[in-house]
Ligand binder design. Structure first.
Ligand code: AHR
Length: 344
């Protein structure tokens, strides 16, 4: 009886050990695919640390909105130069000639191509929901660059650019200083519906003293060529110095176009208080020549920040949702000295 019980115990032990060993064999193969489908989290590294994506892996789509101003030319150059310095795999560049439909088509082509990141400088604020949703569904992060969009924040990764409302508020502060006893100003506005024009117009109205009236506001679409006839039409309607004492230019290019019209009408530098936005070389020259009393900075050199964020997005790193450029206001007293140092 004792022998039979000992024999049964031995048989049971052998069976249990066999089962345990079989379980171990079955578990091993499932571990490898799990590790393969879920690679360890990587960190952004320009030097190519193990597992991290580098700039050499990055294809970035940049559907530039146009070439309407010196600011825009500098912005394009900053993106192209940074792409080349960092040695990214490919920069997919296009020029939408200030047409939203061209930007949307370019974005769709980039989604089709399977780029890693899209950097979108939106010509206007509205109308981006559909294409941003398409990019999101394709897992392509979009960085909104320069101007803002009105779309829900969940549809894009981040925004890098200027605080356009603050720029308008800074311009208002200059008019408040220049016209302490009040007066009237004209506004030469940027592209209708663009984040830059909407923000600057809002900022101006936020902070302009109540004794300064905005006599009229018309768009010059951010270009020199379009600003000339707009200023000429203003000058037919209103007498400079009598009906209005100042002009707010939403950008330097329009300011330079408007100066041509003012010269043609016999207006001299200093007759009017003119405040502009951008801080381009042309704007600095207008200050040196006595036309602009202040130039509110809007910095176009966004390339380094955009590519840094693009790489972080590629590597699944945390990024800031809103990155605002640190800017200032320039004045005629330093314009001559600073002009040769200006990069745009
Ligand atoms: O969005 C930035 C604005 O666009 C700049 O002020 C202007 O010069 C450009 O065209």
């Amino acid at each position: 009886m004792k022998v039979t019980r000992l024999f049964s115990t031995i048989i049971l032990t052998v069976l249990v050990l066999g089962m345990l060993s079989a379980c171990g064999d079955a578990a091993s193969p499932t571990a490898a695919p799990a590790a393969a489908t879920n690679p360890p989290a990587t960190t952004a590294s320009a030097s190519g640390a193990t597992g991290a994506k580098t700039y050499k892996d990055l294809t970035l789509c940049f559907p530039q909105l146009g070439a309407e101003s010196d600011w825009r030319t500098a912005n394009t150059a900053s993106m192209k130069e940074t792409a080349s310095t960092l040695g990214i795999k490919q920069l997919v560049f296009s020029d939408a000639q200030q047409k939203q439909e061209n930007q949307i088509s370019a974005m769709r082509a980039c989604i089709q191509q399977g780029v890693n990141v899209i950097a979108l400088p939106p010509v206007v604020e509205d109308g981006w929901d559909a294409v941003l949703t398409e990019a999101k569904n394709a897992n392509i992060p979009v960085i909104v660059v320069d101007r803002s969009v009105s779309a829900d924040k969940s549809l894009y990764a981040a925004h890098i650019g200027s605080d356009m409302v603050l720029e308008g508020e800074r311009a208002a502060a200059e008019f408040n200083k220049q016209l302490p006893n009040g007066g009237a100003i004209l506004e030469l506005s940027g592209t209708t519906g663009s984040g830059a024009a909407v923000g600057r117009a809002k900022g101006l109205r936020n902070k302009l003293n109540s004794n300064i009236k905005i006599l009229d506001s018309q768009t010059g679409n951010f270009t020199r060529a379009e600003a000339v006839p707009v200023m000429q039409a203003f000058l037919k309607k209103y007498k400079p110095g009598t009906d209005f004492q100042g002009i707010f230019m939403h950008n330097d290019d329009m300011g330079i176009g408007a100066i041509e019209a003012l010269k043609g009408a016999g207006v001299k530098p200093g007759d009017l208080k003119i405040v502009s936005v951008d801080g381009t070389r042309g704007g600095f020259q207008a200050m040196v020549d006595g036309w602009f009393q202040a130039d509110v900075e809007c910095n176009p050199l966004l390339g380094p920040q955009v590519f840094d964020m693009a790489l972080k997005l590629m590597n699944g790193q945390q990024i800031d949702k809103e990155v605002l450029t640190n800017e200032t206001v320039y004045y005629p007293d330093k314009a001559k000295e600073l002009l040769p140092t200006r990069k745009y």
